[in-house]
Ligand binder design. Sequence first.
Ligand code: AMP
Ligand code: MN
Ligand code: MN
Ligand code: MN
Length: 290
Amino acid sequence: MTLEQAAHIDLHMHSTASDGRLAPQDVMALCHQRGLTCAALTDHDTIDGVEAAAGEARTLGMTLVPGVELSTRWQGVGIHVVALWHGQAQAPMTALLEHLAHARHERALEIARRLEKVGLDHALERAREQNPDARLLGRPDFARALVDAGLVPDMARAFKRYLGAGKTGDVKVHWPTLEETLESIHKAGGVAIVAHPLRYGLTRRRLGLLLDEFSELGGEGAELISGYQNDDRSRDLASLLAKRRLYASLGSDFHYQGGALAPGTLSAVPRSQLVPIWQHPRLVPAFARP
Ligand code: AMP
Ligand code: MN
Ligand code: MN
Ligand code: MN
């Protein structure tokens, strides 16, 4: 299947294993309902939902590719890397995930300290209250706590004022570097994909530098399309990827129903010579029909 025909594929979605709102099984059921034949569950820094999603996918006759969206840092920017692989998660991947769980905990303590300074008393406890399943804490838990405490009217404002890129609650020091992350992914037999390259607010020049370094480190691909994208920017991104011979991936970054994005909601894929990530030799068996 070519990239332009890829209407039945979504390789970036979240479940209740991280900050999504549907259980992994329900994400798969929704994918099936929407006519998808192939999906990857890519929760933040955890694969806890993958087994349940895979079981449901088997029942529905769909292909579930195991994956995760990893938090990394590069030049002071938090960069997300989607890893996909075939079969069971290998030891270097599980070691990285353990490290990330610890990093997420330490980061939550630091975010809490900083939000207390701007008036959110008992910030950690309040964030935990937003997270009854005791998942790893994330910025959305703190955002909801800020809304609940009346410090901001809604989630969007919580990110805009306190948690978004460059704000006091945007803490990245605990994340492994891009280099460390790619090394673990490769040792585990996976492929590495830059998530939503257009969402970091990088200038075109710095985005080019990121993609240069990513491919020099052996990174395999990048998301050509992430949810809704401006067609001109998609075309330009395609040329940035082609220049570095990166494989192209596609994903909605679905988190919950009722939002702008549903599984399989993708903007138009521009014409290009890019090779789809499902043709990467290490992933071909993962994408085989069940
Ligand atoms: P974390 O993984 O803890 O750094 O949290 C990042 C997550 O916060 C993203 O994956 C989104 O799900 C969510 N997020 C980021 N920006 C916003 C925003 N402006 N409004 C709502 N949620 C956001
Ligand atoms: Mn998220
Ligand atoms: Mn992301
Ligand atoms: Mn995501």
